[in-house]
Ligand binder design. Structure first.
Ligand code: NAP
Ligand code: GDD
Length: 340
C-alpha cells in the first residue's frame, strides 16, 4: 500500500485529492492547522467513514511555518508521495498580508523540501504551482515555456516555490514536479473566490435572501476548469518515469461577466439587476487574461479536461441552490453574503 502525505488537506483540492488517493488504495496522511473552530467539513465525510476511520486516513497537526514538525512527520511517516497543496491561496488577500503569504507559500515550500532532506527520505514531491505566475502574460495561450511575470505577492511567492522545486530536483535528484494549474472550481471552492461567490449569491438571490452581490473587475478572464479532474492530473504527474512540470488547463477563457451571465441565466435572472461594483474587490495589479495550453499534459499524461465552462457553472449553481434548499428545509438560518 502506498503512503501519501498531503498539506492543505482541508482545502478544496486537498479534499478531492484525498478521495482520489483513498479510492486508489493509498494510506493518506494530512497535515491540518489547529483552529479554534472545526474546519474539516470538506473531509469529514471521509474521516468519519466507518470503513476508513483510523485505518487509511490520518490527520496530524502541523503548520507550514513550523519546520520542526514537518521534519518529525517526515521521519515518522516516510511517505512515498507528498502533495504540497497548503498555501495562503487568496490573491487579493496576499496584498494585505504579503509577508505571511511569502512565509507560508515560498519559505513553507523550502521548509518541506528541506524536511525531506533532513529526514533522509526520497518521496515523490508535487508542488501546487499556479497560472498566477504568468501574471502580465507575454503570450496567449500560456504553456510550460511561457516566462513568468507575477502581479501579486501570491504570484511572487508561487514563482519562488516553483523554482525551489526545480532547484531541489536539479541539485539533489529529487523526484520533484510542478503542476502549473489554471483556476479550477467546484462546489467546494472557498466562498471568497469569484466563481463560488457568484454561484452562492445566485442561490441566495433566487431564494429572496439576498438583494445584490458586490464584485470587482468583471472584465478579467480566466481559464476555469473542474477541480476533481485537476487533482487527477496531480496524481498522474507523480506516476511518471521522471519528474517534470506541466500546465493543466482547459484551453478556454471566459470573463467574470460571462460567468455572471451564465450563472444568473440558469435560474432565469438577469445578472445586471443584481451585480454591483465594489472598489474593495479591485486589486492593486490585475491579471487580465489567463488561458492555458494543456497539450503537453495530454501528450505525456494522457490527461484531458472534460468539464468545460457552461457545465462547470451549472454544477456550481445547482449545488449552491440545493445546499440552500436543504439548509432551509432543516430550518438552519441562511447567512448573508458579504465577506472580505
Ligand atoms: P484552499 O482551498 O484555499 O486550501 C488551502 C489549504 O492550505 C487549506 O487546507 C489551508 O488550511 C492550508 N493552509 C493555509 N495556510 C496554512 C499553513 N500556514 N500551514 C498549513 N496549511 C495551511 O486552496 P485550493 O484551491 O485547494 O488550492 C490548493 C493549492 O493549489 C494551493 O497551494 C493553491 O495556491 C494552489 N492553486 C490553486 C488553484 C485553484 O484554482 N484552486 C490554481 C493553482 C494553484 P485551513 O483549512 O486551515 O485554512
Ligand atoms: N475573489 C474575487 N472577488 N475576485 C473577483 C471579484 C470578487 O468580488 N470580482 C472580480 N473578481 C476577479 C478578480 O479580480 C480576478 O481577476 C478574477 O475575478 C478571479 O479571482 P479569484 O476567483 O479570486 O481567483 P484568482 O484568479 O485571483 O486566483 C485563483 O486562481 C489562481 C490560479 O490562477 C486562486 O485559486 C489562486 O490560489 C490560484 O493560484
Amino acid at each position: 500500500m502506498k503512503r501519501a502525505l498531503t498539506t492543505g488537506v482541508t482545502g478544496q483540492d486537498g479534499s478531492y485529492l484525498t478521495e482520489l488517493l483513498l479510492s486508489k488504495g493509498y494510506e493518506v496522511h494530512g497535515i491540518i492547522r489547529r483552529a479554534s473552530t472545526f474546519h474539516t467539513e470538506r473531509i469529514d465525510h471521509l474521516y468519519q467513514d466507518p470503513h476508513l476511520r483510523g485505518t487509511r486516513l490520518f490527520l496530524h497537526y502541523g503548520d507550514l511555518s513550523d519546520s520542526v514538525t514537518l521534519v518529525k512527520l517526515l521521519n515518522e511517516l516516510k511517505p512515498d508521495e507528498i502533495y504540497h497543496l497548503g498555501a495562503q491561496s487568496h490573491v487579493r488577500v496576499s496584498f494585505d498580508i504579503p509577508e505571511y503569504t511569502a512565509d507560508i507559500n515560498a519559505v513553507g515550500t523550502i521548509r518541506i523540501l528541506e524536511a525531506i532532506r533532513q529526514a533522509g527520505v526520497r518521496p515523490r514531491f508535487y508542488q501546487a504551482s499556479s497560472s498566477e505566475m504568468f501574471g502580465k502574460v507575454v503570450e496567449i495561450p500560456q504553456r510550460e515555456t511561457t516566462p513568468f511575470h507575477p502581479r501579486s505577492p501570491y504570484g511572487v511567492s508561487k514563482v519562488f516555490a516553483f523554482w525551489a522545486t526545480v532547484n531541489y530536483r536539479e541539485s539533489y535528484g529529487l523526484f520533484a514536479a510542478n503542476g502549473v494549474l489554471f483556476n479550477h472550481e467546484s462546489p467546494r471552492r472557498g466562498e471568497t473566490f469569484v466563481t463560488r461567490k457568484i454561484s452562492r449569491a445566485v442561490a441566495h438571490i433566487k431564494a429572496g435572501l439576498q438583494k445584490k452581490v458586490y464584485l470587482g473587475n468583471l472584465e478579467a478572464k480566466r481559464d476555469w476548469g473542474y477541480a476533481p479532474e485537476y487533482t487527477e492530473a496531480m496524481w498522474l504527474i507523480l506516476q511518471q518515469d521522471s519528474p517534470d512540470d506541466y500546465v493543466i488547463a482547459t484551453g478556454e477563457t471566459h470573463s467574470v461577466q460571462e460567468f455572471c451571465e451564465e450563472a444568473f441565466g440558469l435560474v432565469g435572472l438577469d445578472w445586471r439587476r443584481y451585480v454591483e461594483l465594489d472598489q474593495r474587490y479591485l486589486r492593486p495589479a490585475e491579471v487580465d487574461v489567463l488561458m492555458g495550453d494543456p497539450s503537453k499534459a495530454k501528450k505525456r499524461l494522457g490527461w484531458e479536461p472534460k468539464v468545460k465552462f457552461k457545465e462547470l457553472v451549472k454544477i456550481m449553481v445547482e449545488a449552491d441552490v440545493k445546499a440552500l434548499e436543504d439548509r432551509l428545509a432543516g430550518k438552519v438560518p441562511a447567512v448573508e453574503d458579504e465577506r472580505p
